[in-house]
Design a protein. Structure first.
Lengths: 119, 440
């Protein structure tokens, strides 16, 4: 099966920024889980997940995000999202997960919010 | 005639999901604080579904299970239930999600079901409609159920006839009136409801037929796994009956084989149980005889059994050209065509209403009804032209992704919430008007 998810990781201090592109679903969410774990094990306390280039998220993708939130919470950190497209944002609104995952317009806004949280 | 052998070990599978519901169940023991946060934050909705349900063998039962399962994945704190419509002779047990059974031909059973739901924790009722699955003339007992139901309801209309009988027309009009919203799967269905049935356009919405979540995979790889590496595979699947027009594809095969000697037509699926009951395997036997008359024994294979989803998807992934040669112009839904779109297949179809709409804009080739010549032309065109085939596949896949069950589930869930919000606002308006008039 083709793996239709691009994953790009970078670090900003103790914030791991994971930029996704494509589809976050049953085929691809396992790899995404692994990347979140690796990023946290590399010393990050917080995660910024950019969904700006994600076309679809299914319940496996949501499950992976909740799993990521659990791991981040164990480190007293936070997990925030950036730039969901309308189709993706709708999934968060309809499930109510928008109340659990703050969604910021840009990566910079997300980083500033996390730095503010730290201070 | 060669029987299709059971597929060898596959090199593709639809992955097991570890979704939101699984993650939440896990949190209940691993992180109760996060579990509680989710429980308090997530939207709650308690849907019930009224329809046929597996193990009943029919397209509506499969569809219902797909909707129930897909929506439940996004609502980890809800307890969905099914009210299953069954025939008297069906004795196989249902899954636990079936909490009440309507006996198709017993009128009082419909009223009991409505009372059961009225007294339950259910917020909203989703009814699947197809004339044949309910009792009474043209399945009109469903109207008595809806009349007695006090919960908000939405109906999915699987059949919208262009030329209905007066009673068929009345039933659809009443369903639309009694339900908060009715769903059809293509725009043309909505237009027919407005033009022919005169229903309120505000009460009809379009949500596509869902398809399995299948990522594209090169057909050659799957063909190898099926032991058909050198064949051009043409296929049709689903419950077999006379309206499918399979004989016209069989008649097209000699011309196709002349140009593509390794072409094979796979007819996947058993005879519709309802059809088998009154005419046995007459239609299939006729097809088998036709194959023999045409000397196509090596080029047409039947697989007369129910295929599990994984197996079905495997055959679809191996397919070069998928064909729906159906004969009924009015057909506004086809689960099998939707699945072929979801798997990104090059599709050839007769122009029944559903096919005409979903295969527009280069997503497939339309052929004349009951025309072996037209079918042969289109299939040969695709097999001769890899670029055309690739373009058709890519366009079908793009369309199919939007209709993946995980997206369709969000559409259903969004509709359920809209209906409940509208009801709540209406209730509040009535209460505030009442309160104002009480004060005056």
């Amino acid at each position: 099966m083709e793996m239709d998810l691009g994953i790009h990781v970078k670090m900003h201090n103790n914030i791991g920024i994971i930029k996704l592109s494509g589809e976050l679903d049953a085929y691809t969410s396992g790899r995404f889980r692994e990347v979140m774990i690796e990023t946290l094990e590399n010393g990050c306390a917080h995660l910024v997940i950019s969904l700006a280039d994600v076309e679809y998220v299914d319940s496996s993708g949501l499950g992976a995000l909740v799993g990521g939130l659990k791991r981040v919470s164990e480190r007293k950190g936070r997990l925030v999202l950036v730039g969901a497209r309308p189709q993706v944002r709708k999934v968060f609104e309809i499930t109510g997960l928008e109340k659990v995952f703050p969604i910021y317009g840009t990566e910079q806004e997300a980083i500033e919010a996390l730095e503010h949280f730290e201070s | 005639m060669a029987k299709l052998e059971k597929a060898k070990e596959p090199d593709i599978t639809i992955p097991e999901e570890f979704g939101l519901r699984d993650e939440v169940r896990f949190l209940k023991t691993e992180d109760i604080k996060l579990f509680r946060l989710l429980r308090e934050s997530m939207n709650k909705i308690e849907p019930a579904y009224v329809a046929t349900y597996p193990p009943s063998e029919c397209g509506i039962a499969t569809f219902t299970k797909d909707v129930v399962t897909s929506v439940a994945k996004y609502t980890p704190f809800s307890r969905p239930m099914v009210v299953a419509v069954r025939r008297e002779h069906e004795i196989e047990p249902y899954e636990r999600i079936v909490r009440f059974q309507i006996y198709k031909e017993r009128h009082e059973s419909y009223l009991e079901a409505a009372r059961f739901l009225n007294d339950s924790y259910i917020d909203i009722v989703s009814v699947q409609h197809e004339y044949g699955i309910y009792g009474g003339p043209d399945g009109e007992y469903i109207l008595d159920f809806l009349e007695a139901l006090e919960k908000p309801a939405v109906a999915t209309l699987h059949t919208v006839l262009q030329n209905p009988s007066p009673n068929q027309k009345r039933i659809i009009q009443e369903i639309v009136r009694l339900c908060d919203v009715s769903i059809v799967m293509v725009r043309v269905g909505r237009q027919i409801l407005i033009d022919t049935y005169g229903v309120d356009p505000q009460k009809v919405t379009v949500i596509p037929h869902g398809v399995p979540n299948v990522h594209r995979v090169p057909a050659a790889r799957v063909k190898r796994a099926l032991g058909m590496a050198d064949n051009s595979i043409i296929s049709t699947f689903g419950l077999i009956n006379r309206g499918k027009g399979i004989e016209y594809v069989i008649q097209a095969m000699p011309r196709i084989v002349e140009k593509h000697p390794n072409a094979i037509y796979l007819v996947l699926g058993e005879t519709h149980p309802g059809v088998r009951k009154y005419e046995g395997e007459t239609y299939r036997n006729m097809l088998t005889e036709l194959v023999a008359q045409l000397g196509m024994e090596k080029h047409v294979r039947f697989n007369n059994r129910f295929l599990a989803l994984d197996e079905l998807v495997r055959y679809l992934c191996a397919t070069d050209v998928y064909v729906t040669p159906y004969l009924n112009k009015d057909q506004i839904t086809s689960g099998t065509l939707a699945y072929a779109l979801g798997c990104g297949k090059a599709i050839v179809s007769t122009p029944y209403l559903y096919a005409e709409e979903v295969l527009a804009d280069g997503r497939g080739l339309l052929v004349d009804f009951a025309s072996p010549e037209s079918i042969a032309d289109a299939i040969i065109r695709i097999l001769d032209d890899p670029k055309l085939k690739e373009n058709l596949e890519a366009a079908a896949y793009r369309y199919g992704r939007r209709a993946a069950w995980f997206n369709v589930a969000v559409d259903y869930l969004g509709l359920f919430h809209r209906v409940l919000n509208r009801r709540r606002l209406a209730k509040e308006l009535v209460e505030s008007t009442q309160s104002m008039s009480d004060r005056q």
